[in-house]
Design a protein around this ligand. Structure first.
Ligand SMILES: O=C(CO)COP(=O)(O)O
Length: 258
């Protein structure tokens, strides 16, 4: 981990814990935050409890992210939620372009770029997701695919002075229990860092690059210990306070040790 970038540990709850169980989990994460003063924690519950969770987390060192947003600020877009609405609900972050949204909901590099610009415009910090499929990896195209995805929004991040995050989430590692090995993750993270540096050293310095895909307590230390891995975006293991806490503690220990 780069000493100037605090580890960012983010839990993407996806379509789980949208009611009382989510409020209880958020309270547990507030307790975890007290044990990890050197790490930044973000939780991303479903829309239905964003407002309530944000209120409970206010001033407690746990930031709240939405899982998506619409690029427009308002309008006749049934079922959609805008950046200003998320800000009003207390969100400070938003996940953009998750592979599930790209694969299941038709999001493209172009819509991801549009949403990234909208997030920054409305005062939200984006966590923009990239990552290759298994077929793309097996064809030797991992870096080309990730580069194309990153290039779609690189100028937008460079045009803002906000500290956004990029999450590298190999699609084949999401929810499969098959994480990228530390060397595989570091190869892509180092490439992303190099593209950021090429665009602007200041951008590279402020942008945290998170790894996502089957991060668990038993592999967190090895993954988070990679030089260009600045944190994690966690799905399944973020749904349980004990496992999310153990990963946050691994980040804390590494941050103290460096
Ligand atoms: O999609 C993810 C986080 O956004 C990763 O999910 P898992 O940790 O369940 O593999």
């Amino acid at each position: 981990m780069n000493p100037e970038r605090r580890p960012l540990i983010a839990g993407n709850w996806k379509m789980f814990h949208g009611g009382n169980s989510g409020l209880a989990l958020a309270a547990d994460v507030v307790s975890i935050a007290k044990r990890v003063p050197h790490a930044d924690l973000v939780i991303s519950p479903p829309y239905t409890i964003l407002g309530a969770v944000s209120l409970d987390c206010q001033g407690k060192k746990v930031a709240v992210a939405a899982q998506n947003l619409h690029a427009k600020d308002k309008g006749a877009f049934t079922g959609e939620i805008s950046g200003p609405m998320l800000v009003e609900s207390g969100c400070t972050w938003v996940i953009i372009g998750h592979s599930e949204r790209r694969q299941l909901f038709g999001e493209t590099d172009a819509t991801v770029a549009e949403k990234t610009a909208a997030a920054l415009q409305y005062g939200l910090l984006p966590i923009v997701c990239v990552g290759e499929t298994l077929a793309e990896r097996e064809a030797g195209n991992t870096l080309a695919v990730v580069k194309r995805q990153v290039e779609a929004f690189l100028d937008i991040l460079a045009g803002s002075d906000k500290a956004a995050a990029i999450a590298y989430e190999p699609v084949w590692a999401i929810g499969t229990g098959k994480n990228a090995g530390p060397a595989e993750a570091e190869e892509v993270h180092a490439a992303i860092r190099a593209w950021l540096v090429e665009k602007s050293p200041a951008l590279a310095q402020r942008t945290r690059v998170l790894y996502g895909g089957s991060v668990k307590p038993d592999n967190a230390k090895a993954l988070l210990g990679c030089p260009n891995v600045d944190g994690a975006l966690i799905g399944g293991a973020s749904l349980d306070a004990a496992s999310f806490g153990a990963i946050a503690e691994a980040a804390e220990a590494l941050a103290i040790a460096r």
